[in-house]
Design a protein around this ligand. Structure first.
Ligand code: MN
Length: 292
């Protein structure tokens, strides 16, 4: 089989931003450096031991036309939405929320001795699903399959497929892969990523070399950095004296026009205007528009 290693296209150092009601976080997609990596609209890493950096949280706010994916490493976030879901997500848990035609929700971190840390990814929806029924998948840590290789590599399969092990999150339009990968020191790790899919890694612990060709050309990437890969079938990462922990995320690009305004991402400016109008008129959430 003729496989092609994916080369490193760009390395993005996260930018500090303040979001919600005053949450300090590190943004590497959806900001000034790379606004859109089709179909990914945003990638934020939140994390602080200091309550002042996170406790203001994200009070009730709308979303339309996208999916928001929250993966927690530490602490807890209390949430509630107009679908009737309410609860807490803690370390290792995932919330995959398909906003579709319209949802309002709040995401409020709880003050904990261990602080609060995790990631939020926004995945774009294709035009035909932008006004679809909202959907919510709440996956607890123990429901996420873990693949351990003989080399001691540990992979939490949130979405996608690793050697026949199917991820916990299913039925998502973009066919995403979302892996949390730990590689011990002095190891080599390869993973196939479907050709044509947009792919990136987010390094959040340690450092490692990303191998780019059979001759062994490589780029050393320390945390925290986001690596965008070029197209190909396979990625290869070598660790040195330090272990590495990273997220590996990929999905099918949409190739559609986007109109973006804060928490709404549609195809046209008119659809954004409609979202703002719906919000003003109290007809924003999906349930209220049935039959219209
Ligand atoms: Mn939100």
């Amino acid at each position: 089989m003729n496989t092609q290693l994916r080369k490193v296209k760009t390395i993005i150092e996260p930018t500090p931003v303040v979001e919600g009601a005053g949450v300090r976080l590190k943004r590497s997609l959806g900001g000034e450096k790379l606004n859109y990596l089709d179909p990914f609209l945003l990638f934020d890493h939140f994390g602080s031991p200091n309550a002042a950096d996170y406790q203001a949280g994200f009070p009730m706010h709308p979303h339309r036309g996208i999916e928001t994916v929250t993966y927690m490493l530490a602490g807890e976030v209390e949430h509630r939405d107009t679908l009737g879901n309410a609860g807490r997500i803690g370390a290792g848990d995932v919330q995959w929320m398909t906003a579709g035609g319209g949802i309002l929700h709040e995401e409020m971190p709880k003050v904990r001795p261990e602080g609060n840390e995790g990631f939020q990814l926004w995945v774009n929806l294709p035009a035909k699903l932008k006004m679809s029924q909202p959907r919510y998948q709440d996956i607890s840590s123990e429901e996420i399959p873990v693949v351990k290789t003989k080399d001691g590599v540990n992979i939490r399969v949130i979405a996608g497929n690793v050697g026949g092990t199917e991820g916990a999150v299913t039925g998502i339009a973009a066919g995403p892969t979302y892996l949390d990968v730990f590689i011990p020191p002095g190891r080599s790790f390869t993973q196939t990523i479907p050709q044509g899919h947009t792919a990136f890694a987010y390094v959040f612990e340690g450092k490692a070399s990303f191998v780019e060709d059979p001759e062994g050309t490589q780029k050393l990437v320390p945390q925290p950095n986001l690596v965008v890969w070029e197209d190909g079938d396979i990625v290869k990462i070598l660790t040195g004296e330090e272990p590495i922990r990273l997220l590996m995320i990929s999905a099918k690009p949409l190739g559609e026009q986007i109109a973006r305004y804060g928490p709404f991402v549609m195809n046209t400016k008119d659809e954004i205007e409609q979202a703002l109008l719906d919000l003003k008129q109290g007809t924003f959430i999906w349930q209220e528009r049935v039959g219209r």
